[in-house]
Ligand binder design. Structure first.
Ligand SMILES: Nc1ncnc2c1ncn2[C@@H]1O[C@H](COP(=O)(O)OP(=O)(O)O)[C@@H](O)[C@H]1O
Ligand SMILES: [Mg+2]
Length: 442
C-alpha cells in the first residue's frame, strides 16, 4: 500500500498512511496491555463472589443456626460490588480503546483526504486519484480495525484462561512412576514398614510406624484425636507419599504400582460420608458404574438398607438431596457401605465409619461391617474401643508411633494406655445411662 500510494500520489501521503498504521498498532497494544489489570481484577472478583455464594449455600444450616443471613448477604454484596466496579472499569477502558482507535483512523484518513484535495485544488492531482486513494485507505483500515478487535479478544481470552493454565502446569503431589505396573492382588496383605510422614516438615506426624495386616484379617487402630490415624488411611490410598519407609500391598511398594489399580482394590468408608444429589440407586451404583440392578439390590441387602429403601415412596429412585441431607446419619452411612460393597474391594478401610452415629445404630452397622469385612483385609480406625474388641490385632497410636499392640484381652492385661482408655470410655458410657456393655470376644 505504501509503495502504491507513493507511486500514484507522493511520498508524504504514503508516509502519513504508514504513520497512521504504526500509531494505531502501538496504541492498541499499549492500551490493551494497560487494560489487562481491569480484566484480571474482574475475573478475580467474579470468582470471589461465586466462592462466597457456594460456601454460604453449602453451609446454609450453619448460616441459619447463627442467624447470619444478613451477614452472608452483605459479604456476597461486597464481593458483587467489587465485581461491578471492576467490570465498569473494564468496559470504560474498552470504550476508551475503541474511541482512540477510531480517532487515529479518522485523523489518518482526513489527513490523506486533505492532502489529495489540496492537490486537486492546485491542479496537480485528478479527482480519480482522490477516489483511488480513498478506496485504498478503506481497504487498509478495515482489516486494521479487525486486527485490533482480534488482538484484544485473544489477549482477553488468554487472561480468562490464565488460572486454567496455572492449574494445568501444577505438578501433582503424587505421580505414577513411568515404569509403574498394575497392582497384583493375591490376598491383600498390607504392610507398613518404618513409615515416617509429615504434611509440613516442621511437624512430623508419623515417626516410624510398622505393622502388618495379614490377608483377610482385621487390624484396628486406636489413639487420641490427631495422632495420625486417618493419615495412615491417606497413605495407604496414596493421597500422599511417605517421607520415609514404605507401604506395601502383597509385597509391592505402592509407589511402584499405578494409582488406578491401587485405588481400585481399596474400599473406604469414612466417618462423614457424602452422597451425590441423585437417586439412591445412582449413589449405590457409583461404586461400580456398570452395575446391574440386581447387583445394586444385592449390595443394598448386604448393607441392610434394602428394606428401608423399599419403604420409601419412591424406592430406589428416591432423591437424597445435597450431600445426602435428606437421609439420617445411619441411613446415609448404610448407603455409603452399600456403595463400597458393590465395589467389592480386597481391602477395606474403615475410618471411624460409625463414630458419628448413636450407639444403637452404631452397633447394628458394626455388625453389618463385620459381615462385609469377612474375607477382606480390613484396616479399621476407631474412636470407640467397644467396636474393635474382636479385631485380630489392635494398635494404639500416639505421638507418631505405635505405643502398644496386641489383642483386646492382652492389652487390658498389660494395664497400659489401652486399658486406661478402655476404663475411661466404660465410665462415660455408664454416665450416658447406656448400660449395654459390649460383648467381649477374646
Ligand atoms: N492436609 C493436612 N495438612 C496439614 N496437616 C494435616 C493435614 N491433615 C491432617 N493434618 C494434621 O495431622 C494430624 C493427624 O491428623 P489425622 O490423621 O487426621 O488424625 P486422627 O488420628 O484424628 O485421624 C493432625 O494434627 C492434623 O492437624
Ligand atoms: Mg481421623
Amino acid at each position: 500500500m505504501f509503495v502504491i500510494l507513493w507511486r500514484a500520489l507522493n511520498a508524504w501521503v504514503a508516509l502519513v498512511t504508514v504513520a497512521t498504521v504504526v500509531i494505531y498498532i502501538a496504541y492498541t497494544m499499549l492500551v490493551t496491555e494497560w487494560r489487562i489489570k481491569f480484566r484480571r481484577a474482574m475475573n478475580e472478583q467474579d470468582s470471589r463472589a461465586s466462592t462466597r455464594a457456594i460456601d454460604s449455600l453449602l453451609n446454609y444450616e450453619t448460616v441459619k443456626y447463627f442467624g447470619n443471613e444478613e451477614h452472608e448477604a452483605r459479604r456476597f454484596d461486597a464481593a458483587m460490588r467489587g465485581y461491578e466496579q471492576a467490570s465498569v472499569k473494564s468496559q470504560t477502558s474498552l470504550a476508551l480503546l475503541n474511541v482512540g482507535q477510531a480517532v487515529i483512523i479518522s485523523l489518518g484518513l482526513s489527513a490523506v483526504m486533505l492532502m489529495t484535495a489540496n492537490g486537486i485544488v492546485a491542479g496537480t492531482l485528478s479527482i480519480g486519484t482522490f477516489v483511488m486513494a480513498n478506496t485504498y485507505l478503506m481497504q487498509l483500515y478495515q482489516p486494521l480495525g479487525f486486527f485490533g478487535f482480534v488482538y484484544r479478544e485473544i489477549k482477553q481470552s488468554l487472561i480468562d484462561m490464565e488460572k486454567m493454565f496455572d492449574l494445568l502446569s501444577e505438578d501433582p503431589h503424587v505421580a505414577d512412576s513411568p515404569k509403574a505396573n498394575a497392582l497384583e492382588i493375591k490376598g491383600g496383605e498390607i504392610s507398613f514398614d518404618g513409615v515416617h510422614f509429615h504434611y509440613d516438615n516442621r511437624r512430623p506426624i508419623l515417626t516410624g510406624v510398622s505393622f502388618r495386616v495379614p490377608a483377610g484379617k482385621t487390624v484396628a487402630v486406636v489413639g487420641p484425636s490427631g495422632s495420625g490415624k486417618s493419615t495412615l488411611g491417606r497413605l495407604l490410598y496414596r493421597f500422599y507419599d511417605v517421607t520415609g519407609g514404605a507401604v506395601r500391598i502383597d509385597g509391592q511398594d505402592i509407589r511402584e504400582v499405578t494409582q488406578e489399580s491401587l485405588r481400585a482394590c481399596i474400599g473406604v468408608v469414612p466417618q462423614d460420608t457424602v452422597l451425590f444429589n441423585e437417586t439412591i440407586y445412582y449413589n449405590i451404583a457409583y461404586g461400580k458404574p456398570n452395575a446391574t440392578p440386581a447387583e445394586v439390590e444385592h449390595a443394598a441387602r448386604m448393607a441392610h438398607v434394602h428394606d428401608f429403601i423399599m419403604a420409601m415412596p419412591d424406592g430406589y429412585q428416591t432423591l437424597v438431596g445435597e450431600r445426602g441431607l435428606k437421609l439420617s446419619g445411619g441411613e446415609k452411612q448404610r448407603v455409603a457401605i452399600a456403595r463400597t460393597v458393590i465395589k467389592d474391594p480386597a481391602i477395606l478401610l474403615l475410618d471411624e465409619a460409625t463414630s458419628a452415629l448413636d450407639s444403637h445404630t452404631e452397633r447394628e452397622i458394626q455388625r453389618n461391617l463385620r459381615e462385609i469385612a469377612e474375607g477382606r483385609t480390613t484396616l479399621c480406625i476407631a474412636h470407640r474401643l467397644s467396636t474393635v474388641v474382636d479385631a485380630d490385632e489392635i494398635l494404639v497410636l500416639d505421638g507418631g508411633t505405635v505405643v502398644e499392640r496386641g489383642r483386646h484381652a492382652a492389652l487390658l492385661a498389660m494395664n497400659g494406655r489401652y486399658a486406661e482408655m478402655w476404663r475411661r470410655q466404660q465410665e462415660s458410657r455408664e454416665d450416658d445411662g447406656n448400660l449395654s456393655a459390649p460383648v467381649l470376644v477374646t
